[in-house]
Write a protein that binds this ligand. Sequence first.
Ligand SMILES: Cc1cc2nc3c(=O)[nH]c(=O)nc-3n(C[C@H](O)[C@H](O)[C@H](O)COP(=O)(O)OP(=O)(O)OC[C@H]3O[C@@H](n4cnc5c(N)ncnc54)[C@H](O)[C@@H]3O)c2cc1C
Length: 300
Amino acid sequence: MSAINRQNTHIIPVDFQYHQPETVGEAVKLLEAHPDAKPIAGGTDLVPKMKQRLLEPGHLVNLKRIRELQGVEDRGGEVYIGAATKLRAVERSETVQRRLPLLYSCVRSIGSVQIRNMGTLGGNVCNASPAADGALGLVALDATVQVAGPGGTRTVKAGDFFAGPGKTVLGRGELVTGFTVPVPGPDVGTCFISVGRTALDISTISIAVALRMKGGAVQEARVALGSVAPTPLRLPEVENWLKGRELDEATVREAAGMVSGGIKPITDIRGTAEYRREAARGMAMEALTRAGGLEGRSQG
Ligand SMILES: Cc1cc2nc3c(=O)[nH]c(=O)nc-3n(C[C@H](O)[C@H](O)[C@H](O)COP(=O)(O)OP(=O)(O)OC[C@H]3O[C@@H](n4cnc5c(N)ncnc54)[C@H](O)[C@@H]3O)c2cc1C
């Protein structure tokens, strides 16, 4: 008898009921009524897991028809992005490109155009992979996650949303409806860098940096890394150390050393812990240099 191919198959070997609600309220009711239900947005994370039987939901609640979960809205000091907005729509949004260049870079690095045409920002965040590029951008930008559930709505800081690999703070019946992202001022430089085994592979390690600068000194710093901890990781010690310092080569070098020493990566199929710690040092140097405009420019 031949072994079942669980990796590369068109078959979803799971029995489930399929629901297509048209409002957030209907979706919440379905999720609350069926404890074994899972929301599905683009399915690019969920369906492969179902094919491999890593997840066997009894009910799938498709979010695609819920209009209130879609779109990008410029609200002045902040940008609102609906959870079921396709990654490709986020990437192509003129508002995101112009006002949130860091998030633009993060989203643009996800998979391929085909994946970004299917996948959503909400799915990227709720899948809760420590390697999720969109999630890292939202954490570095101090975004707020909007949640709807049986008890009404609530908000959670992106940095507090993750509870471990594949785990979030969402309770029974809750779903994410969108993200509120504060728009950085013109004095903020940002940079995102990721390293993967191939162009399509998820990141082996990634870093997102935002620096508010005044006359060559750091006023405020955000330093976040992906794939170096069970969740996307902010490094407050490094951020606080940078605050008020003149950003020159020595400062960058010392901060990069703190980044490398401040993470506790593991060895997995994508890279060793030693590689990640060394890569973190070099990536932090480059990201701080670019975000701080030491090369005469700042970029997303
Ligand atoms: C070939 C390939 C390459 C990839 N490359 C990358 C990469 O480079 N970087 C990267 O970050 N990711 C990558 N991914 C992962 C994936 O494409 C993204 O994470 C994508 O954004 C997931 O979105 P989705 O809409 O498809 O999520 P889905 O698969 O629909 O859902 C993912 C999880 O989130 C839950 N969920 C979805 N929406 C909500 C919501 N609104 N509220 C509550 N729960 C919700 C689902 O129940 C499920 O558990 C890749 C995937 C593939 C297949």
